[in-house]
Design a protein around this ligand. Sequence first.
Ligand code: DAK
Length: 267
Amino acid sequence: MTAHEATPAIDENLVLLEMVGRVAVIRLNRPRQMNALNDALMDALGLALLACEQDDGVGAIVITGNDKAFAAGADIAAMRGWDYMDVFKSNYITRNWETLRNVRKPVIAAVAGYALGGGCELAMACDILIAADNAVFGLPELKLAVIPGAGGTQRLPRAISKAKAMDMCMTARNMDADEAERSGLVSRVVAAGRLMDEAMAVAQTIAGFSLPSMMAVKEAINRACESSLSEGMLFERRQLHALFATEDLKEGMNAFLERRAAVFRHR
Ligand code: DAK
């Protein structure tokens, strides 16, 4: 299909959405194509994310793939025939990839196997990145004479330094899980068999805290990446002040002083 064709009907099988308590698990599901990210999959991912955003029962989201691939990049077979007008008019990348950037709830990427090109960019767009020890990260777009176009050239230098980002992009080399952890790209590396246990434990911890406070901390940390220190500090202070209007803040402090577990109502 070309980029300017109408958005295809959503194929629910391309992403599998499962609820575990207050954690939503979104599994990318094109295993035969190494979860290559075509429009249909990205549309399905976008819809799943929006559904999680609107569901008061969701406190954290985990995005994952399978044992071999988180995602091996944008779908090369789909892109091959496109020209400039196709990608410009369809707002390629922006149209369906920006949904993740606008999600206000915490999102964890649980990465096993290949996270290449757009797959690496998708993982980097998440808030926390947990890797299996078989994870492979890379932005090999130059092999195709294209460049990372879903945030790779912007997020990678912020995550791992300019020199390392240049090295990765310009040589199109891959990075294993250990190097990714050393470089600060991922927050944890675990044995492949334990990836989902670890990601779910992290997600459940996050989902147990007050959601408005969680959203405030996500917004504040993201603001740190996009503003001066003084602007960021002001934003943080205002967020802190605002949280004194929530029931959960009172509950958290009362629970501490009454030596009991807090029961947050996410209000
Ligand atoms: N797209 C389409 N199909 C893919 C794919 C991909 N990215 N990656 C893998 N596949 C398919 C393979 O073609 C193969 O299909 P069949 O031949 O079985 O039909 C199947 O998945 C299994 O792959 P392999 O046989 O290659 O499996 P191996 O274990 O040998 O190798 C691999 C796995 C992940 C190392 C290899 O498949 C690979 O190198 N894949 C390509 C990785 C890559 O180059 N990714 C970057 C894609 S470029 C733009 C903005 C952004 C972008 C583009 C434009 N604009 C604003 C215009 C972003 C571009 C990218 O992400």
